[in-house]
Design a protein around this ligand. Structure first.
Ligand SMILES: NC(=O)c1ccc[n+]([C@@H]2O[C@H](COP(=O)([O-])OP(=O)(O)OC[C@H]3O[C@@H](n4cnc5c(N)ncnc54)[C@H](O)[C@@H]3O)[C@@H](O)[C@H]2O)c1
Length: 459
């Protein structure tokens, strides 16, 4: 390592030869303040993207963090965010998310490198090592060996089948979703108990676990007075798909093991994540994150943005009054860091609602239309029959103060709409496959017949 690099690292910055080269490009940002669009396709363009200006400001630097699901959308961005800040990171993943794409004929908007190439490139760009364990956490032999080898202080568990539509395609995928998610989490809980009892579990739940009750949604617990007696109980859960129900069962198992085995756990009920840019994933084309826009894995806002970029009507399901919590992926990675740095004491299951703003589907469509027009895009909104079974007009007021109290400074959608979302989608619009855009899975038609081909392309 060159001495200037070492000096910079001691000062809390990551610098590599590639980073030094790319800083020159970063300085060439036009007066508008907006970064120029750079076609990111091959490693040869390494010197055309901004380097990670990561700082090791965290008190958690040195913490050993196992990231289960570290090849996925949230997991990859989090792995790099933490590694850049001095955490010792080990990614665990069985690559099933890539297999879903191969099986269903889907693809990410962005071309993504293999996990091995990603990790190797991160080492070159940052000088930091991320270790990699490829395997299935439902396989106890594999998971216990990974735990024993890495000895994590914290486990961040993203490693689940995370699409509600996927879980509703057919019986086989419903059973897979619940088995994969519930058994995987159960194995992680056993691994903590047996192999590393002081390890803090940071588990990704979803705001969808709460459903849409006609009262305010609290952060995990609700104090109830009933027939003159008062207790604080887990907030009622009303999942709207076999996927959401798997997450509810995870939460119940976690709460039980916190009580029975004194596990320390933080359940992060995450809202819908949007965006793709984080400082580290934009540092090199090989570090680029995935971006799902299809009717099975694409989340609402990510889908609308791609639809706007290619001139497809924004497909609002039903009346569009469905309201949910949302957050920028740059806030996801920061929330995870805050949860790791502020561990729950043993025996406690903390619950944080991890989102920053709430919007209805109609509001999202309106924002995308308005901002798209500023870029010269002709954006049309179309109401389509709702493939899901859900309330389309309802009360929604969810609390999300605990992560802000820990120091989260949210990125707001209004500020990232053009730079981080629309321009990015326009950049990759040639890769969009129009037949994947529309809703593909109807909740009412889930049956026992294997429906992989039917679900792959919108009907
Ligand atoms: N993306 C969102 O908007 C969102 C919103 C709320 C909650 N979440 C939760 O966040 C987590 C991550 O979501 P994501 O969007 O990054 O999903 P993703 O599908 O992109 O990533 C999940 C990763 O876990 C891996 N995985 C799945 N099962 C595994 C197993 N048994 N063993 C090892 N690895 C396994 C997959 O291969 C994949 O790389 C999920 O638990 C999801 O429920 C996501």
């Amino acid at each position: 390592m060159q001495s200037s690099t070492m000096q910079a690292q001691r000062a809390g910055r990551i610098v590599s030869p590639a980073a030094v080269a790319s800083r020159k490009v970063a300085r060439a940002v036009p007066a508008s303040g907006r970064a120029p669009i750079v076609k990111v396709q091959a490693a040869a363009t390494l010197d055309k993207v901004a380097a990670p200006a990561a700082t090791a400001s965290s008190g958690g630097a040195g913490t050993r963090v196992m990231i289960i699901g570290g090849d996925g959308y949230c997991g990859w961005a989090t792995a790099l965010h933490l590694s850049a800040r001095g955490y010792e990171v080990c990614i665990v993943d069985n690559l099933c998310r890539r297999q879903f794409d191969l099986t269903l004929g889907l693809d990410t908007l962005t071309p993504i490198a293999t996990i091995h190439d990603r990790v190797r490139k991160w080492g070159e760009v940052s000088g930091k090592h991320i270790s990699l364990q490829i395997g299935d956490i439902c396989d106890w032999e594999f998971l216990s060996q990974a735990f024993t080898t890495f000895q994590p202080d914290a486990v961040v568990h993203f490693g689940e089948q995370r699409s509600a539509p996927y879980s509703m395609i057919d019986r086989q995928k419903a059973v897979f979703t619940q088995t994969n998610n519930v058994v995987g989490t159960l194995n992680v809980l056993f691994a903590i108990k047996e192999l590393k009892p002081d390890c803090h579990l940071v588990k990704l739940g979803t705001m969808g676990e709460y459903g849409t009750p006609n009262i305010d949604i609290e952060e995990g617990y609700l104090t109830v007075t009933h027939n003159g007696r008062t207790d604080t109980l887990p907030y009622p859960k009303q999942g709207n798909s076999f996927y959401h129900l798997s997450k509810i069962h995870d939460s119940t198992n976690m709460l039980f093991t916190c009580k029975a085995w004194k596990v320390a756990a933080t359940d992060l009920n995450q809202g819908v994540v949007y965006g793709v840019r984080t400082e580290e994933t934009m540092a090199d084309p090989m570090l680029l994150n995935r971006y799902d826009y299809d009717g099975i894995f694409g989340t609402a806002l990510n889908r609308f943005v791609v639809q706007a970029a290619v001139g497809h009507p924004l497909t609002v399901y039903g009346k569009g009054g469905q309201t949910r919590g949302f957050l920028d992926i740059r806030d996801t990675v920061r929330c995870i860091q805050l949860a790791i740095d502020n561990p729950a004491p043993r025996g406690e299951m903390r619950v944080y609602n991890q989102f920053t703003e709430q919007f209805s589907v109609n509001q999202l469509a309106e924002i995308v239309s308005r901002e798209g027009k500023k870029l010269g895009l002709d954006v049309v909104v179309q109401n389509v029959p709702n493939p899901r079974v859900e309330l389309e007009e309802h009360y929604y007021n969810a609390k999300c103060t605990k992560l802000v109290e820990l120091g989260l400074q949210p990125h707001l959608l209004a500020d990232s709409m053009i730079d981080s979302l629309l321009e990015f989608a326009v950049q990759y619009k040639d890769r969009v496959r129009m037949e994947l855009i529309k809703p593909a899975v109807d909740w009412r038609k889930t049956g026992v017949k294997v429906n992989t081909m039917g679900a792959a392309v919108a009907q």
